[in-house]
Design a protein around this ligand. Sequence first.
Ligand code: HEM
Length: 695
Amino acid sequence: MAFTFFILNSLNSHGALVHPHPHTLSLFLHQIHLLLSSLSLLSSSPSRSSHHPLSLSHPQTILRIRTPPSKPPRQTRPYNHSPHSLSSRHFHRRSISGPPGPRSKRRRFLQPPRIPPTSKIINSNQHNINSAFYGPTWRLLRRNLTSQILHPARVRSFSGTRKWVLDTLIRSLKSESETKESVKIIEHLQYAMFCLLVFMCFGERLDERQIRGVENVQRRLLVNFNKFNVLNLVPRVSRILYRKRWEELLQIRKEMEEVLIPLIRARKKVKEDRDRNADHDEGEDKVQNADHEDEGVVSYVDTLFDLELPEEKRKLDEGELVSVTTEFLNAGTDSTATALEWIMANLVKYPHIQERVFEEIKEVMGNKRGQDNNNKEVKEEDLNKLPYLKAVILEGLRRHPPGHFLLPHAVSEDVVLNGYLVPKNGTINVMVAEMGWDPKVWENPMEFKPERFLRSEGEEVFDITGSKEIKMMPFGVGRRICPGYNLAMLHLEYFVANLVWNFEWKAANGIVDLSEKLEFTVVMANPLQWVKINVDGAAKTNDSLISCGGVIRDNNGSWILGFTRSLGSGSALLAEIWGILLDITKGLDRGFGNIIIESDSLAAVHLVNKECNPDHPLRDIITKIHRLMSQAQNVKVVHVYREANRLANALASYASSMSDRESIFENVPNFCNHIFSEDFRKVCFPRRVSSQAFC
Ligand code: HEM
C-alpha cells in the first residue's frame, strides 16, 4: 500500500523542515493552506485540501514543517514496518499512522487535534461525532448513529423515501432538460441528497421551500467555513481585526438554529404524542396507506432526545441537537452528491462503460430503458445482482475520492515513523487520493477501469473498510472510519443504476472535463453537462462611429451564436468594452456559466480584469461587467492576437453595412464563412514579432 501522508505541528512550535524539498516555499504555502483547512473541523468535510501538484508525490514522504519547541527529538526506536503491511488495526481514534505494535504503543497516535474557536461554535464545543475526542461522548454518539439509524434494518425502512427522492430527481432532470440547452446535474444531485437526509433526520417529507431553507443555511456554512479560519489564528486579535467575519459566523450559527430548532421541537412533540399513544394503540392494527406511510418512522433526531451524556449526566440541549443534526446532514449530502457527479461524468466520458452498466441492468430488469411505467425503478434488492455497477462505483471512489484527505488526526505523544519524529499533538493529514493513484498498487492508476474491481466467482469482494489490506481509503479506516460508508455505497449504487436506466447520458458539447477544484469536497472544476464557450469581442472604428461584434463557440470551435451591433460614436476602447459586456450578457442569457472571452485589445482586457479607478470615464460600464461576471460560475477575459480574432473583427466591421442596430446570427453568416472554416481547421498565420521577443 502506498502510505502517503504529511504532518503539521501546532502553530506555536518552531523549528525547521526535516525533509528538504526543491519546492520548499510552495510546499510551505500549500501546507499553510492545508493547516488552515485542517483547522476548520467542521464534521462533514472529509476533505481539507485539493490535490496539489507540489504536494507530496512520493509515497512514504513525510514532511514536518517545524520541530517541537525546546524538546530535542527523542531517539525512539523507529518502527520497522513495511507500508504494504498496514492494516486497519493500525488506525485508531483520530490517528492514522499507528504501526503494528502493542495496544499501548498504538494508542500513542490517538489524540485528536485541538479544536479551534470557530469550530467550537459550530460543533457546540465538540458535542458531535467528528469533533469529539475519543472517549465516552464520542462512543455514545457514534454508537447511537450506527445502531439506531445506520443499522441495515433501519436503512431498509427508508427505502420508500429513496424511491420518492429518485422520482423527484428524475422529474426535475426531465423538466429542466426540456427547457434548457444543458443541465447542471450537481445541483439536482445535491438537492436530492438533501431531501433524503432531511427526511432521515427529521422523519418528515418537508416541502421544497422548507428543504431549500435547510439546504441554504447548511451550504452557506460549508462554502464560507474556510474564510472563518483566520479567526482561529490568535483569536483575541483576529476577532477585532475581522469583526465582520466573526459576526457573519455567529449569524450563520443563529440562522442554523432558527431553521433547525423548529423542526427539532416539532419532532419532539410527535415523539411525545407517539409515546403517549403507544399504550392506547397497543393491540390495534395500524392503518398503512400512502398518507400514513411515514408515520411510524424513527428519525435520527428521535434517537437523540433521550441520550444522556455520560460525563455530564444530562441530555443534549437544543444547541447541541443543532450541531449533531447539522453534522448528519452535511456528512451525507455533499460527499455523496460529489461522488455521484464524478461517477456520472466518467460514464459520460466513456460511453462503452455506460453501455455495459446499462446492459447489466437490462439483464436484470428485462425490459426497455425505463419506458415501461412499472419498470422504471432499479430496486434496491436488484443492486446485488449488478457486480459491474459495484465495480464502477468503487473505481469512481478510487479515482475521484470526494475528500482528498481524511479529517485531521493527531498523535498523543512523540512517535517516530519511518525515521521521522512525529511530535506530540502533530496533526496528520492522510493523502487519500494519492493512495488510490499509487502506481505501485494500481496498474495505470489514472485510467478509469472498473474491471480492476471485478472478481471471479468465489473470490472475495473488494473490502473498502481496509480490515485486511488497505489499498485505498475513501471512507478512512479503523475506529474513526466513516460510519455512513454502507449507506453511502447504497445511495451511490441506487442512484447511478437508476440514472443510467432512465436516461442516456451524453456530454452537452461532446466534452467532459475531469479537472478538479476544491470546494467543500473536491468537485469537478467544470461541472458535468455544462457548456464551456469561447467568446471573441472586437471593435471597428469608422470615422468616429464604432461597432462591436462577437462569436460564441464551444470547446470544439463549433458555432453557437454570432452578433454585431452599431454603437454610435465613441472611442475604440469603448467599442471593445461594449463587446465584452454583450458577450457576457449573451453567454449568461444562453445559460452558460463557464465563459472565456478573448479580446485583441490589451487595454480592454486590463481594464476589466482590475479594480476600476472611480474617475475612469468608462467606470459605469465596467462596473456593470464586474457585476455580470460575479453572477456567472466562471468568466475569464483574456488577450489574444488580432490574427486569432479575425472572426469577431469581421462581425464588428459588418455593422457598417447593416440597417438594423443589432444582428444576431444563429448560423455562420456567408460573409465570414471562410474565416470561420479556417479557424475551425486551426489554419496558422505568420505574425511579425520584435527581435526582442527572442532574447
Ligand atoms: C460518498 C460518501 C461519503 C464519503 C466519501 C465519506 C467519507 C468520510 C471520511 C473520509 C471521513 C473521515 C474518516 C477519518 O478521518 O478517519 C468521514 C467521517 C464521517 N462520516 Fe462520512 N463519508 C460519506 C458519507 C457519509 C454519510 C452518508 C454519513 C452519515 C449519514 C457520514 C457520516 C460521517 C461521520 C459522522 C463521520 C465522523 C466519524 C468519526 O469521527 O467517528 N458520512 N466520512
